[in-house]
Write a protein of this length. Structure first.
Length: 125
C-alpha cells in the first residue's frame, strides 16, 4: 500500500507514524527480520518494534536504523543545502554567515487623513 502523506497539513505525530511505517516497509522489502535489523543497528528488538509503531524513538536510533538498512544516503534529501553561495561570499567579505537576521521592512507613509483634514490642511493652527 502506497499512501502518500501531505506533509503540509500533517501533524508531527502523523509524519512520525508515516516515516516509521515507511521504514518498516523498507525492512520487509529487504526481507530483514526485526532481530537482524536490531543487531545491525546496535539496538534492542523492542526499540525496533516501538520505531515501527511510531511510538517515538531518538534521532540517534532513527539514524542507526537508516544506516543498518543502507538508506543513510537519503539523508541528503532531508534538508536543502543552504551552504554559502558565491554571491554571499562577496556580500559577507569572505566570512561565513554566523546567524540569521530578520528582514527589515520599509514602513510606508500613511495615506490616512483626519476627517476634518480633507485637503491636507488641519483646522488646528
Amino acid at each position: 500500500m502506497n499512501n502518500k502523506l501531505d506533509f503540509s497539513f500533517a501533524t508531527t505525530e502523523q509524519i512520525e507514524k508515516y516515516l516509521c511505517n515507511q521504514m518498516k516497509n523498507c525492512r520487509l522489502g529487504l526481507n530483514i527480520t526485526q532481530a537482524h535489523l536490531a543487531a545491525e543497528a546496535g539496538i534492542d528488538v523492542r526499540t525496533i518494534r516501538r520505531l515501527e509503531l511510531g511510538e517515538g524513538v531518538s534521532l540517534d536510533t532513527f539514524i542507526r536504523v537508516l544506516k543498518a538498512l543502507k538508506l543513510q544516503g537519503n539523508l541528503n534529501h532531508l534538508l536543502p543545502d543552504f551552504s554559502v553561495r558565491p554571491i554571499d561570499r562577496v556580500r559577507f567579505k569572505g566570512r561565513e554567515r554566523m546567524r540569521a537576521r530578520p528582514v527589515k521592512t520599509k514602513h510606508k507613509e500613511s495615506t490616512w487623513i483626519w476627517g476634518d483634514d480633507k485637503n491636507g490642511k488641519s483646522r488646528i493652527n
